[in-house]
Design a protein around this ligand. Structure first.
Ligand code: ZN
Length: 486
């Protein structure tokens, strides 16, 4: 059996419960760093154990072999591939892996369950397939925020969020600086994101490009860095400027031949190449040790933004954090990646950003060092600069954040989160049903009602875990005393 960590096991439990409640098209959201492939393989393995046939789809031909080899590493080898000419073609195998491009041109293979990887990438083909298939179809995605996804899938299962994974230590924390602010006033918006040609004109100019290089030299700490550009010309321009200032820099785009790409990757690992300029082709499937992200590509897309920053959030030995040099104002527009959250799938009626839905304040820029502070933080955590107080309310909030601890007040969101964490903890340890309920009462003196009662499972933070432990220790001491007395 594929061994799973408790948060991965909890994701499976949520999926099982969703199917048991009669859902037929659940979509599992698992961010970078969650171990999505491992969870997918575990779903496949458990289905095989029940004698079921599984169809696993990927959104590009190039991902078929990668999936097959990842499954093989996890012990899933009864795999056939559906593709023009492929050495693994074998319709009798209980697991079939296929790209959507191939499936569109074929009759659908028989299966008892289908998994759709990278489910946020939509194809017209899905409409007919989803309407006709009688078996469950399970979507998997790190960023399931595409418009209209809710027309295909009937439930969003949030296995975890980026901020939960950072708090639990599965992803790296990050710091963001906004060293320059591009003028995007003349840039049109097409299909929800900036027009690429306009964007290229706005970003690919000598001043901005020079500023990217200067900022990296000043603040980049010589870290291994991925630099995301608007288009190929912009990426090459950035590379040339980095090189001209003595920084060994690579360039990769979608057309870079495989062997060249691998050579650049190796040089990057060896520290011979410090910066790699690219055009979004490194947003998925790259598992490099990246300690700095340069965002030179403004975007309105929460998905693209999350995918780009996600390249820097993998943990590694000795890695303290990821440095983000945001020259695109994306963080100031969309908030931190950890703020992007949608509790529901988009049904296609009204497109709203995560921020609109939750009405949360945006990060603020430190006027002294351009560090982006969370809202309500007064003194800059990076340089210590304290801006002149602008209003009494803000200053009080600022102070409140500083003296958390003894007199901390809990918001409704804190309480919902806490109860969700207790439930997760209880679930992963098979505790009795009322455990989380009673723990919550111990903490807050009231029962978890209303919104709190329906809190979804989420990974316990270190603070919650230590609170649970402290309660256990207190309880153990108390019963020792009672035994001694008796
Ligand atoms: Zn500062």
């Amino acid at each position: 059996m594929i061994a799973l960590r408790c948060h991965q096991e909890a994701a499976l439990a949520m999926l099982r419960s969703s199917l048991a409640r009669g859902k037929r098209r659940p979509l599992v959201q698992a961010p970078t760093g969650f171990g999505k492939t491992r969870v997918a393989a575990a779903i496949v393995e458990r289905a095989l154990a029940k004698g079921k046939r599984v169809l696993f789809t990927v959104p590009a031909l190039s991902l078929v072999n990668q999936t097959v080899s990842e499954f093989a590493k996890l012990g899933i080898t009864q795999v056939g591939v559906i593709q023009g000419v492929h050495e693994l073609t074998d319709p009798s195998m209980p697991v079939q892996v296929a790209s959507i491009q191939t499936l569109m041109r074929r009759t659908m293979p028989d299966c008892d369950i289908a998994l759709v990887d990278e489910a946020h990438k939509l194809f017209d083909f899905y409409g007919k397939w989803f309407a006709e298939a009688e078996h469950p179809i399970i979507g998997l995605s790190a960023t399931p925020w595409t418009r209209g996804l809710g027309k295909l899938y009937d439930e969003l299962i949030i296995a975890s969020t980026t901020s939960e994974l950072i708090e639990a230590g599965f992803l790296s924390p990050f710091r963001v600086f906004a060293p320059s602010h591009p003028d995007l006033s003349g840039v049109r918006t097409v299909a929800g994101d900036y027009h690429e040609g306009d964007l290229s004109e706005a970003m690919d100019n000598a001043n901005l490009v020079a500023d990217v290089v200067e900022t990296w030299k000043k603040r980049g700490e010589n870290r291994p860095t991925l630099c995301f550009a608007v288009d190929r010309a912009h990426a090459k321009h950035l590379q040339t400027c980095f090189e001209a200032s003595g920084v060994s820099t690579g360039y990769i785009d979608a057309y870079t031949p495989r062997d060249e790409r691998e050579a650049i990757a190796q040089a990057f690992h060896a520290g011979e190449v410090k910066v790699i300029c690219n055009v979004g082709c490194l947003t998925t499937g790259v598992d490099w040790n990246v300690l700095c992200i340069i965002m030179a590509r403004p975007t309105k897309s929460e998905m693209l933004y999350t995918q780009i920053i996600g390249r820097g959030l993998r943990t590694a030995d000795g890695k303290q954090d990821c440095l983000i040099l945001d020259h695109s104002d994306t963080t100031l527009r969309l908030g931190f990646v950890t703020d992007i959250r949608h509790e529901q799938l988009d049904d296609g009626t009204a497109r709203r950003s995560s921020r609109d839905e939750r009405d949360e304040p945006l990060p603020k820029e430190c006027p002294s060092c351009s560090f982006l502070k969370p809202p309500k933080v007064h003194a800059c955590p990076s340089c210590g600069f304290k801006p002149e107080r602008q209003s009494q309310v803000e200053s009080e909030d600022g102070e409140l954040m500083e003296i958390t601890g003894a007199k901390r007040t809990f918001s409704m969101a804190d309480k919902v989160s806490f109860y969700g964490q207790l439930r997760h903890y209880a679930h992963s340890r098979n505790y009795a049903k009322g455990w989380a309920y009673h723990k919550y009462i111990e903490r807050f003196g009231v029962a978890p009602g209303g919104e709190v009662h329906n809190a979804r499972l989420r990974l316990p933070t270190p603070a919650t875990l230590s609170w649970i432990r402290s309660q256990q220790i207190r309880y153990a001491k108390r019963s020792e005393v009672q035994h001694a007395v008796a």
